[in-house]
Write a new protein. Sequence first.
Length: 481
Amino acid sequence: MTDFQLADPHSPGRLTFLHRLAGRPGWEFMFPAYRPQEPLLLQAIEASVRSVREIDGTAPDFVITTGDSIDSAQANELTALLALLDGGTELDPNFGVDDPKAHPAQAVSAEFYNPEPESRDVYKREHGFPDVPGLLTAAGRPFVTEGLGVPWLGCFGNHDCLVQGRAPLTPQFQALVTGDRQPIDLGMEPPDRPMDLYLADPTALSHGPSRPIEPRADRRVIGPAEYVRAHLDSPTQPPGHGFTEQNLADGTTYYCYDAVPGLRMIVLDSTHPSGHVTGSIGARQRDWLIDRLTEVHSEYRDEDGALVRTGNPDRIVVLASHHGLTMMDNTVPDAERRYHAADLEALAHRFGNVVLWIAGHEHRNSVVPHTRDGGGFWHVLTSGLCEWPCQTRALELSLAPADSGEDLLVIRSTMIDHAAPARPGAELNLWDLAAWHRELSYNEPTRVGGPHSAGTPADRNVDLLVPIAPALAAALRDLGA
């Protein structure tokens, strides 16, 4: 599961009003600022959570989220996320705002989608969006979350730790986001290099006209330590959801998960602390990764290509990160040396038990082989839940039958749609709202993943084969894999 982008729509830190500038040259990293389906997002996430726990009546070994679970790195968004994944909480989709129709998009401009019949906004005029009387009111009704009911793991994405997923936190932005004014217009000529401006000062685009709102302390932007601490305090399994007390002590947000026999899951933090939306890996984390890979390889190649035998037990290795290799290209200056796609791919190829690298960020389904010397790994991106096709991905790993004559691992990928009806009903209950979220998502003209976010058939339901070393195959057979 990835890219929930769970957002407090009333946050003063959001740049909803920039949506009208979508497509402007030089502004690509400032979008999306708004999605017409976003008032229904929490119901869509809840529908996905409930559907995952009911797949074929068989619970998965674990669920992993690959980052951008929240949108603006706010404390109240993190509280809502944990309520959805842990379950047993009455959740307020309005984040404490009394008027369920007071969605800030309508306060900003009539250009934004309003499902009430009196609106003739641009989404209805140009894109055929429907009148749905009472949709916003229904979307604001609290509901009780069910939770995944199985072990789940977290992962750090740029929206989980940076201001709007882009910039390091400043005191000025913290004052803005917890304050009593919500910007509703840019109030100046659009600058030519907005991302540079935003990285230097994340309030730089928020000095235009505003409207009064009730200030809320729980809108504060949190740091990595508070994110990890909240996961450690979660009552569901596993403890910390992958994160550990050692993460807090070391100031890190990456870890290993070894609870499934024969499998090591290595969850990386690809966010760049100096900002921007793309990713990289720091030198300290890279050294840690090499050590963790070495622990589950009886042999590997060093940087010069020489074979190194360790005597360590072999395990399958799955890497997970928010950014995939195609987005590991962040060159913003940082105090620590950063590593990018070419180096990280070469590193993975040195360790033959790495069979799969999963990621999100790009909001699209994609399956790409990365081969080398007869082996390699599959690189699998999964679309974001916040946008079309609103899916999660099930991955099943097993050995090919012994009589096949080859040492092959089979990775079966199956896309999971949440169980909301294809056509929303008139009751506007939780499932109807999730169905409306999916329908509006399909018709959204500016989605991040683009018109082909669902991918091709080869990016969805497919069996992926990986040749593996005889030593690894033998270790898995001993486990009855």
